[in-house]
Design a protein around this ligand. Structure first.
Ligand SMILES: [Zn+2]
Length: 306
């Protein structure tokens, strides 16, 4: 990072800090924006080396997530928070690990909702770090906001917060999770998957999966986000847009007939580029997105039919 970049980064952070204050009153009750952005900035910093599965940066990310889960009072789903596994890709063997924490539901402890986000990204290629701020430090940091929210608003269903590994190699972590589930699969009622939720030129967050579930469809149709934030159902094969049913970790749940909602944005010019950096996310959109997803969760949690 050059001096000029450092200077620009500081300016952007200061500018962002100013614009954050404008959304304070609206979002503070659900999302602590400073905390949310601090995690995103940290996980997408050069120190995490692009979070490649099994590499130094990937292992460092695991430790960071475990620390957060522990500090937020989540219980480990396994004996520890880690669900280790390995896979072979192009003759290379990768040691991977999902990080899984959970909180017991107050009313339906035997029914589980899995809220997931993959923490791995592209790592370092030809000496260049792919920081993956939107993809998917944004989703992982949102998991921490969920855990923070649960401290004041305990969920009625049991909730598993799953930070999956190996997504960039073909959804490896979520596949391993559903094929070696620590909780019986028939007790998992829903997957809410977060992958790329921190920027949108149109102020539009997509929600995929309502096509396959009438209850979720009705719930999203009736959901009205605040301000000019758009939550649009689609990208699930029933419209003219690209079908995202198989685009990220929710696919692994879909294939096991578990309902899912996937939240994400359109691909952007920094998608899978070294420029997917903290400086290029949209903090206001991101805070609104996380707030919206938590609100959708909350409605599902109070009314989900089994
Ligand atoms: Zn992703």
């Amino acid at each position: 990072m050059s001096l000029k970049t450092v200077f620009l980064s500081i300016c952007i952070v200061l500018l962002c800090a100013d614009s954050f204050s404008q959304v304070t009153s609206e979002s503070d009750s659900i999302v602590d924006k400073k905390y949310l952005l601090m995690h995103l900035q940290t996980l997408s910093s050069d120190a995490f080396e692009g979070r490649k599965t099994g590499a130094k940066g990937g292992v460092k990310t695991r430790k960071y997530i475990i620390n957060q889960f522990y500090n937020l009072g989540l219980k480990p789903l396994n004996e520890t928070y880690e669900q280790p596994f390995f896979f072979v890709h192009q003759r290379n063997e990768y040691k991977a690990a999902n990080i899984l924490g959970w909180i017991e539901g107050t009313e339906k402890p035997d029914s589980f909702i899995v809220i997931s986000a993959h923490y791995d990204h592209e790592g370092i290629k030809k000496g260049i770090i792919y920081n993956g701020a939107d993809d998917n430090a944004s989703g992982v940091s949102a998991l921490f906001s969920f855990a923070e929210y649960f401290k004041k608003h305990p969920p009625k269903h049991s909730v598993i917060l799953a930070a999956f590994d190996g997504e960039e190699f073909g959804l490896k972590g979520s596949k391993y999770f559903v094929n070696n589930s620590i909780v019986p699969l028939n007790k998992i009622k829903l997957n809410i998957n977060l992958d790329m939720i921190s920027r949108s030129a149109n102020n539009e967050l997509f929600v995929v999966g309502t096509r396959y579930n009438a209850f979720l469809k009705q719930l999203i149709v009736n959901f009205k986000p605040s301000g000019n934030f758009k939550l649009t159902a689609g990208h699930d094969g029933a419209d003219q847009q690209e079908n995202w049913t198989y685009a990220s970790d929710h696919t692994s749940f879909y294939k096991k007939n578990i309902p899912f909602l996937y939240f994400g944005v359109e691909d952007h010019e920094d998608y899978h580029m070294p420029s997917d950096d903290f400086e290029n996310i949209n903090p206001e959109f991101y805070v609104q997105a996380v707030k919206t997803i938590i609100s959708v969760f909350s409605r599902i949690d109070t009314s989900f039919v089994h």
